[in-house]
Design a binder for this molecule. Sequence first.
Ligand code: SF4
Length: 310
Amino acid sequence: MKNKEIKILLAAPRGFCAGVVRAIDIVEKVLEKHGSPVYVRHEIVHNKQVVDELKKKGAIFIEELSEVENKSRPVVFSAHGVPKTVPIEAENKKIFYVDATCPLVTKVHREAERHHKDGYTIILIGHKDHPEVIGTMGQIPTDKIKLVETISEANNIKIAEPVAYVTQTTLSVADTKDIIDILKKRYPNIKGPVKEDICYATTNRQESVKQIASECEMFFVIGSDNSSNSKRLVEVAIKAGCKNSQLITFEKDFPINEIVKCNKIGLTSGASAPEKLVQDFILEIKKHIKVSIQEYTGAIESVAFKLPKM
Ligand code: SF4
């Protein structure tokens, strides 16, 4: 094993997207400007390490505004977006809030709202109980928006026409296309988004994984259990041909005994995972075996979002 070298195919782009950078910046700026504590409604982004860092700086994470004990302190809403009732509740309770919803999630909210105003019933393609889905469903009356999660649900949904669809931003590009194709067959006049709702970061990270996964004996995605885009990256790697693909959450041990038996492994990280975790993972492997790294770069990203007033 001493002279053996393992090649790591490192996917790029990977890790933080512009929406995640903005959301973390917002919490840090609010802490800087208003002091601590600052409440954050829901994990600002789905990553334990990010959340723990912000806790150390004075953020208190809550799930609902009813948990705010000191109403004179600011509340930040997470990048995933919130139902309309949440800012209304904050205003009623005279709580100062800053909304860190990713602008690309807000775009989907406005789309759903516009379709509703134009008289459409809306199908939201997404995963039940994900905070982004709860936020998007909460933009319009509940009887005017229906969730579709699977191909079978797309085949069976009965909904009053005219129909429009929107999607969660972090879905599998390929699986979502299959669902949309079915909906288009069932509702030929269905209205979709002008530009895809699945965001650039999700698309680019999946595309890079697709390009390299089939060459790899194992594929690793650094991310959290509750991170939709990270879980989709694992699925994309499996679908692209690397059956032994898994999420590395840092909650449990790495399968190092399996890794050292490989000649080539793949590595990427979800949009909410800091690059430091990728580098830590590589360092850990280096403790056991020689490593060479080859980066595969797909799309070049230059997206950045402005911060809101706070
Ligand atoms: S994954 Fe996409 S939609 Fe979600 S925060 Fe990042 S850029 Fe925004």
